[in-house]
Design a protein around this ligand. Sequence first.
Ligand code: 5GP
Ligand code: MN
Length: 344
Amino acid sequence: MISKIISEELVNKVEKAIDVADKIAIVVHVGPDGDAMGASLAMWHYLMTKGKESTIVVPTAFPNFLNWMPGTEKVIVYENNKEEADLIFAVADLIFALDFNTANRMANMTEAVLRSPADIILVDHHLHPEAFAKVLISYPELSSTSELIFRLICRMGDFSKINLACAECIYTGMMTDTGGFTYNSNQQEIYIIIAELIKLGVNKDEIYRKVFNTYSADRLRLMGFCLSKKMKIYPEYRAALITITQKELDQYNFVNGDAEGFVNIPLSIEGVDFSVFMREDTDKIKISLRSQGTFPTNKVSSDLFNGGGHLNAAGGESYVTLKETIKKFEDALPTYKVFLEEKA
Ligand code: 5GP
Ligand code: MN
């Protein structure tokens, strides 16, 4: 048995909302990751077993390594199908907003979603959710939204409606948001849930391979380049920084998702507890931050990079040049020294 963390009142609200809904949309954050796709597809499969049709709309494309997930072929990418998606939002009576805490994380589709007459149910695990939803199911202590979807379905008494496809999606989200259960993954109940998912037929080893072992040779070469030529260590601040320009990315035929996980690698260096990865994009610098221990990457990201996230994993953006962004980061490093844990 897992503990009942979602209140009866919230569970009843969701149950009722699904019962009376006719047109349901499911939305996630820009640059959908394994958890965003896992949570939304799991909800989509669940609703289907309840006889309810729904449509998943994502702001921008999800990475190729998630293509295998059951149901992805039905997902609508807003930036490629704006008209169709706008119509879906205009007629929806219920919208599930999954895996993000502020409306602007929907980027290009924020307005269309907020304009919708639909009631919004937010299911998420990020700190400080904004009040844009009618029903708020927010549990930042959980490591993934996909886990929360599992819990929500079970609390509605519908464990039996979790089919294999739904279970695979839940597992994928739980696995990716914990780096394959290497961080944020000490809660016992995670493993009780995994045991249930395996009972339903999930092949966890195969999912690991499909998600983490299907990269291109170009990606590996890019990784090698980043580590040997582009990584800077700041021993005094137990920090590491990797930066990459558009031109360099082009040399390695960069495609979306290729730099996924690079930010974690410097944490494997003894003496590094804080790692930052900056990637030059067409109109901005995309920044990923990771830490181990109590160092607050979300604070750094919201202070410096218009972003946020979790204690150990955050992201943000910068609208000045890469050079200026690096300078901003280096100038600010001393400020965050107080957050580093004392090492014996
Ligand atoms: P990633 O580095 O994988 O892009 O993001 C790590 C985590 O940081 C995400 O799960 C999300 O919580 C958060 N995050 C990433 N980018 C942004 C951003 O631009 N704004 C905010 N508020 N959070 C972000
Ligand atoms: Mn997540």
